[in-house]
Design a protein around this ligand. Sequence first.
Ligand code: SF4
Length: 326
Amino acid sequence: MNNFAFQTAASAKQATGAFRDDKQAAYLAGGTTLLDLMKLYVVQPSQLIDINSLPYKGITETPDGLRIGAMERMNDVGENPLVLQQYPAVSEALLLAASPQLRNMASIGGNLLQRTRCGYFRDTSFPCNKRVPGSGCPAINGENRNHAILGTSEQCIATYPGDLAVALIALDAVLHLESAKGKSRRVPLLDFYLTPGSTPQRETTLEPGELITAVTVPAAAHARKSKYLKVRDRASYAFALVSAAVGLDVQGGIIRSARVALGSVGTKPWRAQAAEQLLVGKAPTEENFRAAAALAVQGAKPQKHNAFKVELAQNTLVRALQEVAG
Ligand code: SF4
C-alpha cells in the first residue's frame, strides 16, 4: 500500500472542501472495499478523508416510505424491524451479503459504490480497461465464468457484484447526494449506475467529491411482499452467481404491480421492466412467471464460461416470484 495523508472531517463542508483541495483524495467510511483495493494497488488515493463523523444516520419511516442514512452499517439496517417487515427484500439482500464482521463495518453508501470482483481488475499485472482505460480486456478471451451476460460492451464485461443495490433498484429507491459545492440532488438508483460502453472506468453518475447522504425507498404493497433470492457457489460469504429481487402486489388472483431485478448477470444491477409489464394484470402462475423470466434475460450475450447464467437467472427469478406469490 502506498503512503497517504489522513484527516477526519467533522462536517460535510469540511469533507467536500478537503476533496476540492485534493482531487486524488478518497472518502473513507467502512473501508471494506477501499482498503482492499489500496492493498492491491488498484486504487492509490493521496489522502483519505474519514467521513464517519458525518450525521448521515438513522433508519426512519417517513410519510413516503423508508429513509436510511448513508453512514448506517449494513447489519444494523438488515436487522432493523421496519426494514425486515416492510421491505423484506432489502433486509434479505443485506443479511445474505459478505460476513457478519464485514456487515458490521460496511456502510450503506460504501456498499452501493463497491467495485467489480473481476480478477483481472484486481490484479495489476494484467491490463484492464476499467483500471487503465484503453489497455484491453483480458476477460473477454480469458476466465469469465463470473462475468456479465447483460449490458456488456467490447471494452468490459465485468459484473456488478452487489446485493443491496439489486433489491433497492427493484423497489424504486432514490439516492440523496450532496455535491462538493454544497448542492443537494436526488437520483433514482435506476439512473445511477452506468453500463460500460466505451468508458468502463465510469461506473456511476456520482460527480467527483459528491457524497451519498441517504437512500429512500417508497412504501408500496409490492415492497411489503418482496424477496431477494441469492444463488452462489457456497452457502455463505460468497458473491452471487445470480440473484433476483422481486416484489408483487396480488389482489383477487391478479397481479396489480410487479417489480423485478436481477443481480450478478449485468454490468449494473439489472432492472427488468419489460418483465414487470408482462406480469401486471395476469394471474401469478408458473407459466406467466416463466414468460417474464424469458423477457428479463432477453438480449443476453453469454461468454465462453458463463452461458449457464441464462438459465440459472430465469430459474432463480421464477422461484423468487413463486415464493412471494405463494
Ligand atoms: Fe477490466 Fe472489465 Fe475486462 Fe474485467 S471485464 S478485465 S474489469 S475491462
